[in-house]
Design a protein. Structure first.
Length: 171
């Protein structure tokens, strides 16, 4: 199937949403687009983490969610002519991990990507597109957010971290 449009995913794209978007493209090379560049053909998934998070935001409100974190090392090809990992191999890696540690299908997907001598950066899935014969996984940087500010309407909370006496957040 030749789709040129980029399906856009919510910032909390789940494992099953990503796998479904890639399902029809197992034979295609998987290219990852992040931070204004593309991974090199020698990239590989170095670790898959399945985590449960329980947090307290700056407004004192608890939150909890499941997350699957894929750590990707962006490396040059190790051999002459090496190409990108196939979508099928990528999906196979996740299937193998799932068989051993049981990934939650609805868990939020997070990517940690870096080249060997650079700090890791955290990304959300922004979309999947077909470009030529490749499936391109587009990642978007994940910013830090103040959850109370994002939950509240702009006209009622002007600053998340107003003085504690305001009762708005950061108490």
């Amino acid at each position: 199937m030749n789709r040129h449009a980029t399906p856009v995913f919510p910032a909390d794209t789940s494992v099953d949403q990503l796998l479904a978007a890639l399902a029809e493209h197992d034979s295609k090379p998987l290219v990852i687009d992040y931070a204004g560049r593309r991974v090199q053909p020698g990239y590989h998934v170095t670790e898959v983490k399945a985590g449960s998070f329980v947090t307290l935001d700056c407004g004192g409100r608890p939150d909890a969610w499941q997350e699957t974190v894929l750590q990707v090392e962006d490396m040059p090809a190790r051999e002459e002519g090496q190409t990108f990992m196939s979508v099928g191999k990528f999906r196979g890696i996740l299937a193998k991990v799932d068989s051993q540690i049981q990934l939650q299908a609805g868990a939020r997907m997070t990517f940690e990507v870096s080249r060997p001598d650079e700090p890791m950066q955290i990304f959300d899935v922004a979309g999947v597109a077909l470009e030529g014969d490749a499936a391109v996984l587009k990642l978007a940087p994940r910013p830090a957010i103040c959850k109370p500010r994002h939950r509240a309407r702009e006209d009622t909370v002007t600053s998340c971290c107003a003085p504690a006496s305001s009762g708005k957040c950061c108490a």
